[in-house]
Design a binder for this molecule. Structure first.
Ligand code: HAS
Ligand code: HEM
Length: 558
């Protein structure tokens, strides 16, 4: 790689990981508040909701977007043997960094405690919305540049299968581009004018519907870089081959079809949207699980094949032949732990998606239980592992504390399993999410005290503490590697999995056009009625709440 691209990618890893220190600190604070260890509205001058906003935005929006762009640059350069344009990659980086700094300033000054979903009627300073929009536009710039590189490459390689990692990257950013159009509209047309005081109010239902058009596709934008690693690198790291490259292509294209038209599954409880739309999108949500099931079987088969090559035998005992703790293939440990967590993350997702079951779990701590098994599972572990891998290769520096690096993903996984088990168990007993329970339900001095949730939230605290410890060790390894002496030349050399079977090029699975047409059609059919409902059925005023109290003010004084 050129020095230029190297520096761009390194900046795109360094900036979000530096901010992640704040994000992880607030994760720990969240479990402390939740478990009722402290009974305060703020700690170190940072308010509870301010901290929760910093936690969600930094971990789930900033880190993931920067990483997807950095990894995309590396993937395009490595697999297509052509570096992204200099001007485009610099412009993309600058927009993302300036946007992030604006949003961070708004959050840190306490003027944007609106959580990472920034639903109105919660209102933030315009800098938060504009900064977020700049972060998104910055990622678009990189995508447009890669699309041009791809089209040029394809002209010269018509009969050649596009590398699977490139298909995955382009599918991912196409989903991202389409879904962010809705949130761009929400932010620029509805929220910014309202936040500047130019308009008196917003259609809350429309804003939420537009947000979730984006919001669930967002989770696949987080997930697909990890999937690219599972298909194109994990089998090689395990010492084998990918069982079926065609299965990978089908999975990525299915994500293109089904990632967006399912956002209403976050709005099952909302009165403005009709039952027909909710049922349709509930069923479509089951469809989006199909590419993940395909992935589960394909990757399991690839791992079993690798283990057999290493001499493993038996129905299950082959598993022990996999290179779990080998320092030279440490990335294997990060990826396999992510997959193990995702078995539970996927199953709990299917619980959420079931229209009627959703009633039981919605807005309870079951939901953060689910999503720490997904976004803080395969997604986060893939980001941690690949960020260390890329930093070490690009800077030509050896990994700092390699033995610690090998155990981080295991420690994190144990933490997440305990943490999420606590949250989900509590959630099934009604424990709410996004609530400072230390001030209310877990404060023995409060009339709202609810001792049923003591044990579950303590489990959350224990697991969260272990996650924090793993995060801390990661920072030591990441920054330790970044700042040590260089010992080799800079390069990018991904471990590339070959396909087990000779694979002929099937044109349908190597072209975007038909898939884009079907994607447009399904989105249109699923969302036209949803948007129309949101426009027509706007409700009356919601009861007022105090930020310190989860019950509406009116119910207190009947
Ligand atoms: Fe979700 C809420 C449904 C996947 C993230 N989800 C959320 C929220 C987040 C999130 C952040 O339908 C909260 C939003 C908020 O703040 O309100 N989710 C699903 C479904 C899936 C799903 C059906 N979610 C994800 C992923 C996420 C994520 C991925 C982040 C990256 N989710 C929902 C619903 C809600 C929701 C409802 C709204 C709830 C509410 O009421 O608010 C599916 O895509 C899951 C499919 C996955 C599988 C698993 C496949 C398993 C694999 C592992 C194989 C293992 C191997 C290892 C091979 C079917 C691939 C073998 C091991 C050896 C040792 C050999
Ligand atoms: C929310 C803990 C790491 C993404 C939360 C909540 C807790 C928590 C307790 C609040 C649940 C609630 O009351 O609703 C932790 C701990 C972590 C950690 C202890 C590690 C030390 C992560 C990571 C990610 C993440 C790595 C993503 C990459 C989120 C998101 C929310 C959240 C998106 C939702 C924020 C909101 O409701 O607005 N976390 N977390 N967390 N966490 Fe984490």
């Amino acid at each position: 790689v050129s020095r230029y691209l190297k520096n761009i990618i390194l900046a795109e890893l360094f900036v979000p990981v530096l901010l992640l220190t704040i994000g992880i600190y607030h994760g720990l604070m969240q479990v402390i508040y939740r478990a009722g260890v402290i009974h305060q509205a703020s700690v170190a001058k940072l308010d509870y909701y301010q901290g929760l906003t910093l936690h969600g935005v930094i971990n789930a929006i900033v880190l993931t977007t920067f990483f997807a762009v950095a990894f995309g640059h590396a993937t395009i350069a490595f697999f297509l043997k052509q570096e992204p344009g200099r001007k485009a990659s610099l412009l993309s980086l600058l927009l993302m960094v300036i946007g992030t700094l604006m949003a961070a300033a708004a959050m840190l000054s306490g003027k944007a405690s609106v959580l990472y979903t920034f639903y109105p009627p919660l209102k933030a300073h315009p800098a938060f919305y504009i900064g977020t929009a700049m972060l998104i536009v910055g990622s678009w710039v990189a995508y447009w540049d890669w699309a041009v590189i791809y089209v040029r490459w394809k002209r010269g390689h018509r009969e050649e299968n596009t590398p699977l990692a490139v298909i995955g990257t382009l599918v991912n950013f196409t989903i991202w581009f389409v879904c962010t159009l809705a949130v761009a509209y929400e932010v620029l047309v509805l929220l910014v004018p309202w936040s500047l005081g130019w308009t008196a109010g917003v259609n809350v239902m429309l804003a939420r519907t537009l947000f979730w058009f984006f919001g669930h596709a967002l989770v696949y934008f987080w997930l697909l870089p990890a999937y690219i690693m599972f298909y194109t690198m994990l089998p090689k790291l395990a010492g084998g081959k990918l069982y079926s490259g065609t299965a990978g292509r089908i999975a990525f294209f299915l994500f293109l079809l089904f990632s967006i038209p399912i956002g209403v599954h976050h709005q099952f409880g909302e009165p403005s949207i009709g039952r027909g739309v909710k049922l349709t999108q509930s069923l479509l949500t089951f469809a989006v699980a199909i590419p993940s099931f395909i992935t589960a079987f394909t990757i399991a088969a690839s791992l079993e094949h690798a283990a057999w090559l290493r001499g493993g035998r038996g129905l299950y005992s082959w598993i022990w032949k996999l290179p779990f703790f080998r320092k030279d293939v440490f990335l294997f440990g990060y990826l396999i732990n992510g997959l193990i967590l995702f078995i539970f993350g996927g199953l709990t997702g299917l619980v959420n998606a079931s229209y009627s079951l959703n009633n039981t779990v919605h807005n309870t701590s079951f939901i953060p239980g689910h999503f720490h098994l997904t976004v803080a599972g395969p997604v986060f572990l893939a980001i941690l592992g690949m960020s260390i891998f890329l930093v070490s290769q690009l800077t030509g520096k050896k990994i700092y504390l390699p033995a610690i690096n090998t155990i981080i993903p295991y420690l994190w996984t144990v933490g997440v399993l305990i943490f999420s088990a606590g949250l989900m168990w509590g959630g099934l007993m009604g424990e709410p999410r996004r609530t400072n329970m230390g001030l209310t339900y877990l404060n023995p001095a409060s009339e709202q005290y609810h001792p049923y949730w003591v044990i579950s939230s303590m489990l959350g605290l224990a697991g969260g503490g272990i996650m924090f410890a793993a995060g801390f060790l990661y920072f030591i390894v990441f920054f330790g590697t970044f700042f040590r002496k260089r010992s080799a030349a800079s390069m990018i050399d991904f471990p590339v999995s070959e396909s087990l079977h000779e694979e002929k090029r099937i044109p349908l699975f190597d072209t975007f056009r038909p898939w884009l047409v079907v994607m447009g059609f399904i989105i249109f059919m699923a969302y036209l009625p949803a948007i129309s409902d949101a426009l027509n059925n706007t409700g009356k005023k919601a009861p007022p709440y105090l930020p310190t109290d989860p019950t509406p003010i009116v119910t207190k004084k009947p």
